[in-house]
Each structure stands twice: as structure tokens, then as C-alpha cells.
Design a protein around this ligand. Structure first.
Ligand code: DMJ
Length: 388
């Protein structure tokens, strides 16, 4: 593993895939080497936080430590789902090393966000790390926003439910999402749209389907006795996402699907008809299975297994397909790493006993790497007293 390379990497992707994976490998095996490598890699990400606001750059050069943002992101902005998806791994890094830097970096992001005005209570996807101001007011529970919300809930869960600030922030965000983004289609399907240019776009991404599992996971502990409501919302999202699979020829879900002009859970544009082995729908089936044991979730998972095996299996492994509405699809010739890390893992868990990685003790990072709940009791994390 050579990490002193003159190469730019995504801070978010290195964190969720590599650091998360190494930390999970350490906790599951007890072998020090995984912890050592996770820390070496995390040190390489720290220069990304050297911005006027402490909101990290999207990318960092591993050798020089120079950071920058994606050219396409609203006026040089950093992205909510990227800088907002570091908390779990960084808290574990401080816990394991005693180095307060990691904890302080992510708590600083949280404090900064808490102070900002939110249009309609919603978090825009773009934030400028130089000025500390929001970029475009585009809000999404799918791409660019998704795992920010997930990590608020999981920060609370991994703290053994002591991080009540994270829980409250999650609850407030979800309430605004429900008010402004969640609707029922004419055909009775609950969907989560996106806020764009001052109006609700009635389109849902495959990525957004993870939210069914998130609502179910967050049901217990929700305010005003709304546990039943959130479990029901999770079930409705699972149903809608299953419909997006079922209404295709291959029985695999498209990248995005619409609820507009008579359309219900189907992709319209050619460039939204692909399936790249994504996990979110199966992830939601698994959480719904754990919380309800309704056999339909296993049945739906099995439908996906059969479709993946039939249409995505190639001689060297598995490939994405370019059009789920074509009976003669072409391959994209890529096996994404989240196919192993997430899609197959959630399928395995769906057909395993609840005793395997029980949710009381483990919290899955956004790449499905399991990290243990930290029963801190009266231990104080280094750095928690002296936040920047
Ligand atoms: C994964 O890398 C993570 O789940 C991320 O949060 C968004 N989705 C991809 C897989 O689709």
C-alpha cells in the first residue's frame, strides 16, 4: 500500500471505502495492521481541512496535501454528502489513537452547519469552503445529500444514543424533508423528490432508496411517539423502490425514475435507464426485514438476486447494464467496488439470522462496513472539551 503518491483522491471516497473498510477489518479481526493503515491514510486526508472555514476540500493530493473542489460543483463549493460523511470514521480514529484532531475536525463541521440559516429548514447540497455560504439551493436525499442525513442518525446510534445533538439535528432535517420533499403519486406511491430552482422535482434516484432503511433504523427514538409512522414511511419507500425494479424488463431498478405526467416509478431519459449494481434498494429491504420480519422483503431480495445473476453475470465477475428496459442489454464492463462491499453483503445479511452483526452493537458506515457501537460510559473522547 503506497500512499505517498503524487495523486489526487476524493476525501469522501477514501474515507467511506478505504478508512471505513480498514477500521471494520480491524474491529472484526483484531489485527493491528488494519488500524495502522487506516490511521496512515487518515493522516493524508487531514490537509484537506485547511480551508478558511474548516469545511474540507473534495479532493486532496496525497503527496503535497494540496486540496481543491470539483469543477462542476456550484461556484467552487464542497458537497454536503461528502464533507458530511466523515463523522463515524473520524470519531473511531480519535477513539482508537487518542489523537483529538479527527474528532475536532468533524465536530467543527457540525457546529458550523448548526449556525447556518436553512431555506425551509432544508440543507442545500453545496457549501462554499472559502466563504462559508451555501451555493445553489438544491436539496436532495439522493446523490450529493444522502449520507449526510444517514450519518446524523448513525452518529447518535454509534455513541450508544448519547450524542443527542446528532439525533435532534437528524429529527429536524427529516421533518423538513417530509414536509417539502416527500409526496404520494396519483397511483399511491410514496416518493422523495428533489428541491431544485424553487420547486419540487418529482423524480427519485436509485441512491435515494437507501432512505427507506434509514427511516426504519431511526424509528426507535423518534420524537412525539412517531416510531410507527417512520417504520411505515420506510415500508412505503421500500415498496416504491421495489416497483421501480418490477416495472422494468430486467427486474433491476433504473438510476432515476419519475412521478409525473402519468408516469409512475419509471425512467424517462435514456441516460437514467442504467443499473450499475447499486445496493440502496437491497439495503432498505434488509433493514425492513430486520425490523418487521415480513417475508416479502426476502422475496424481493431474491428477485434481485435472480435478476443480477441472469443479466449482470459475465465471465470475469459482474457488470452494470446500460438499459434495464431492454431485453437485450449491453454491459458497461465495470464491477463497482460497492457491489461486494454493499450489494452482496446486504443480500447475505438479508438471508442470515439477526444474530449476525446485531444492530444493537454494530452500525454500518455508508459503504456497509460495520463499526461497533462505542459504549463510552464516562470516558471522554480526547478533544471533546477543546473544540476549535
Ligand atoms: C456507495 O458508495 C455509498 O453507499 C454512498 O453513500 C452512495 N452510494 C454508493 C453506491 O451506490
Amino acid at each position: 500500500m503506497h500512499i505517498n503518491k503524487n495523486a489526487e483522491v476524493s476525501v469522501f471516497e477514501v474515507n467511506i471505502r478505504f478508512i471505513g473498510g480498514l477500521l471494520a477489518a480491524y474491529y472484526l479481526s483484531g489485527q493491528e495492521v488494519f488500524k495502522v493503515k487506516a490511521v496512515q491514510l487518515a493522516e493524508k486526508l487531514l490537509p484537506a481541512f485547511n480551508t478558511p472555514t474548516g469545511i474540507p476540500w473534495a479532493m486532496v493530493n496525497l503527496k503535497s496535501g494540496v486540496g481543491r473542489n470539483w469543477g462542476w460543483a456550484s461556484a467552487g463549493s464542497s458537497i454536503l454528502a461528502e464533507f458530511g460523511t466523515l463523522h463515524m470514521e473520524f470519531v473511531h480514529l480519535t477513539y482508537l489513537t487518542g489523537n483529538p484532531a479527527y474528532y475536532q475536525k468533524v465536530m467543527h463541521i457540525r457546529k458550523l452547519l448548526a449556525k447556518m440559516d436553512r431555506p425551509n429548514g432544508l440543507y442545500p447540497n453545496y457549501l462554499n469552503p472559502r466563504t462559508g455560504r451555501w451555493g445553489q439551493h438544491h436539496t436532495s436525499v439522493g446523490g450529493l445529500g444522502d449520507s449526510f442525513y444517514e450519518y446524523l442518525l448513525k452518529a447518535w446510534l454509534m455513541s450508544d444514543k448519547t450524542d443527542t445533538e446528532a439525533r435532534k439535528t437528524y429529527d429536524d432535517a427529516i421533518e423538513a424533508i417530509e414536509r417539502h420533499l416527500i409526496r404520494k403519486s396519483n397511483g399511491g406511491l410514496t416518493f422523495i423528490g428533489e428541491w431544485k430552482n424553487g420547486h419540487l422535482e418529482r423524480k427519485m434516484g436509485h441512491l435515494t432508496c437507501f432512505a427507506g432503511g434509514m427511516f426504519a433504523l431511526g424509528a426507535d427514538g423518534s420524537p412525539d411517539d412517531k416510531a410507527g409512522h417512520y417504520l411505515q414511511l420506510g415500508a412505503e419507500i421500500a415498496h416504491t423502490c421495489h416497483e421501480s425494479y418490477d416495472r422494468t424488463v430486467l427486474k433491476l431498478g433504473p438510476e432515476a425514475f419519475k412521478f409525473d405526467s402519468g408516469l409512475e416509478a419509471v425512467a424517462v431519459r435514456q441516460n437514467e435507464k442504467y443499473y450499475i449494481l447499486r445496493p440502496e434498494v437491497i439495503e432498505t429491504y434488509w433493514y425492513m426485514w430486520r425490523f418487521t420480519h415480513d417475508p416479502k422483503y426476502r422475496q424481493w431480495g431474491w428477485e434481485a438476486v435472480q435478476a443480477i445473476d441472469k443479466y449482470c453475470r459475465v465471465s470475469g465477475g459482474f457488470s452494470g447494464v446500460k438499459d434495464v428496459y431492454s431485453s437485450n442489454p449491453t454491459y458497461d464492463d465495470v464491477q463497482q467496488s460497492f457491489f461486494l462491499a454493499e450489494t452482496l453483503k446486504y443480500l447475505y445479511l438479508l438471508f442470515s439470522s439477526d444474530e449476525l452483526l446485531p444492530l444493537e452493537n454494530w452500525v454500518f458506515n455508508t459503504e456497509a462496513h460495520p463499526l461497533p457501537v462505542l459504549h463510552l460510559g464516562n470516558i471522554t473522547l480526547p478533544g471533546s472539551e477543546t473544540q476549535r
